[in-house]
Design a protein around this ligand. Sequence first.
Ligand SMILES: Cc1cc2nc3c(=O)[nH]c(=O)nc-3n(C[C@H](O)[C@H](O)[C@H](O)COP(=O)(O)O)c2cc1C
Ligand code: SF4
Ligand code: SF4
Length: 309
Amino acid sequence: MKSIIYVFSTTGNSLAIARTIGTMINVEQIVSIPSLGRHKPIECDADTIGFVFPVYHATFGEKGIPHLVIDFLDQIDQIREKYIFAVCTHSGFPGSTLDHFDQLLKEKGGKLSAGAAIRLGVPYSTIQKLSYLLFHKPLSANPENERKKQMRFEHKAMHRIEALTFAIKHKVQTFRRTSGFFKPLLNVFLALQRRIAIVRYQTLSGLKSKDFTELIHHADSSFTVSSQCNGCGICQNVCPVGNIVLINSQPKWLNACENCNACYQWCPKEAIGGKIVEFEKRYHHPDIKISDMMNTQVSAVTWDLRQSS
Ligand SMILES: Cc1cc2nc3c(=O)[nH]c(=O)nc-3n(C[C@H](O)[C@H](O)[C@H](O)COP(=O)(O)O)c2cc1C
Ligand code: SF4
Ligand code: SF4
């Protein structure tokens, strides 16, 4: 029986979770989704297939699945009658990401057998963001509190992972779509959030468009580079979609951005900033190293099951 886990990860949360699951179920390979490219059929001969990825933009009423994971699903073949599991990592609002994932699989003749939404991120709170916007109070984190929160999340995550890996090992169908009792109310809230997001992304991109995907792609216009940049090229290397080129040893963004923030998060000089990341904490998962994230868009990167040293 062959098993494989496909992963997309930029701050390392999803990769760390994939490694834990991979070790527990003895998976053969953990493969980087961006490294397989977006426009060719992906043949998969495994019987058990896992997907681990972050939730993106569920708070704005989107599907919650990063575009490059949606594109990847479109390319992958042979998913009928396979045992498929998915884990989405998030920072507090996964929305209906796994329901949407199940729907996409069904459109390709497969289905989600087991899934888990795992919270790992600790973003700035809404109060902190409002104080910053209204009263210019600097956004700051308390490392002690943050570590405690993170440990609580990791503890809960372990319970979820144990239940999930039990289901995977025994090939149990455990995934159920969430019931829609509060959905109409939630949809009103999300529609409002989306309107606010469109206005923000219009400012970031400098475009008037209302097409959210187009706005996201062009929001990289608001990245800035400080004089700390030493031209090392790490930002170019960690970008999962090849959206950065170095010109005169300085990054230039090419308006096909996924807003994943890998360039910002992994720049060793903290030279990248700008409005696009003004609410983003600098963070990466403690077990994930920069060497794990390098060249994730280069042909077929397979990650080691163990942590790199
Ligand atoms: C562009 C973007 C959009 C995000 N949207 C959401 C969201 O809607 N809900 C949520 O809970 N977390 C959201 N997050 C947080 C990530 O899902 C979370 O930090 C995740 O664990 C990151 O995984 P990774 O380290 O594997 O990339 C978002 C992060 C980014 C960069
Ligand atoms: S990673 Fe940072 S220091 Fe290196 S080239 Fe990019 S912006 Fe400059
Ligand atoms: S340019 Fe930066 S934020 Fe945009 S996709 Fe690449 S790494 Fe992610």
